[in-house]
Design a protein around this ligand. Structure first.
Ligand SMILES: Nc1ncnc2c1ncn2[C@@H]1O[C@H](COP(=O)(O)OP(=O)(O)OP(=O)(O)O)[C@@H](O)[C@H]1O
Ligand SMILES: [Mg+2]
Length: 232
């Protein structure tokens, strides 16, 4: 069996039996505000604090805003940038042509040479949306995953959901390409008075894992999955 890599998220590791199988590419699917970015930051922080190098590719926030956001949880990422353990890359979705060019020309050697233990793409939906053609989207996703697999790094790809089928990703492809899928959802209590955040592991190649739907919370310490609790 592959060694397990702690996700950095309490409760999720328990549901997985220890963590993600090393080298897994995992998609985190969820609607807006469900904590995808927070989870990906926590995943990276766990890697950094274990001495791994990490690449964080963002299509939403720039480096400053990511550092500020992380700081609200008390996570100091700046020192890892200063020690060259962390590289944050901002791709500008509004400038699709230059973003596509960077993905094509700059990424392969950068990802291969950086020596990352963990890679995040936040969000892969915005990345694939740079491409107009469905075949091109499929190809870029496939090639990125292939590139990441060649390096042996673990990866977390956050993904928006399809508003008509909220348990599917927006592009409808990422869940087939990756090794694992975690689905974050905000559900309403029966009387409609409360929202609860819930997490399920939909897929994780290579290990047996819990299939229970578990509540999680986002607090000042980040995301905690209540792996021993039931939803409403
Ligand atoms: N410092 C904090 N302490 C507690 N909760 C926070 C903190 N920062 C954010 N949150 C909660 O986390 C939620 C947002 O999390 P996050 O940005 O990770 O979601 P997301 O899924 O990435 O959203 P989007 O799809 O809009 O990018 C906020 O709506 C808020 O409820
Ligand atoms: Mg986000």
């Amino acid at each position: 069996m592959l060694p397990l890599q702690s996700t950095g998220i309490d409760g999720l590791d328990e549901m997985l039996g220890g963590g993600f199988p090393a080298g897994s590419i995992v998609a985190v699917l969820g609607s807006f505000g469900t904590g995808k970015t927070t989870m990906s930051l926590q995943y990276v922080l766990k890697g950094l604090s274990s001495g791994e190098k990490c690449i964080y590719i963002s299509l939403e926030e720039d480096e400053r805003s990511i550092l500020k956001n992380a700081m609200t949880y008390g996570w100091d990422l700046q020192r890892y940038i200063d020690s060259s353990s962390l590289s944050i890359i901002k791709l500008e979705p509004s400038d699709a042509r230059s973003a596509i060019e960077r993905v094509r020309s700059e990424f392969p050697s950068f990802i291969k040479n950086f020596g990352a233990g963990r890679i995040v793409i936040d969000s892969v939906s915005l990345l694939t949306m740079l491409y107009e053609d469905a075949n091109e989207r499929r190809a870029v996703l496939f090639n990125l995953c292939k590139l990441i697999r060649q390096t042996g790094a673990g990866a977390m790809l956050t993904s928006e959901v399809n508003e008509n089928h909220p348990s599917s990703s927006r592009d409808g492809m990422v869940e087939y390409t990756v090794d694992g899928v975690i689905y974050l959802q905000s559900i309403e209590s029966r009387d409609g008075s409360e929202q609860q955040l819930t997490l399920r592991i939909v897929k994780m190649r290579g290990i047996g894992h819990s299939r229970r739907i578990r509540p999680y919370s986002i607090s000042r310490e980040g995301i905690i999955v209540h792996s021993g609790s039931e939803v409403f």
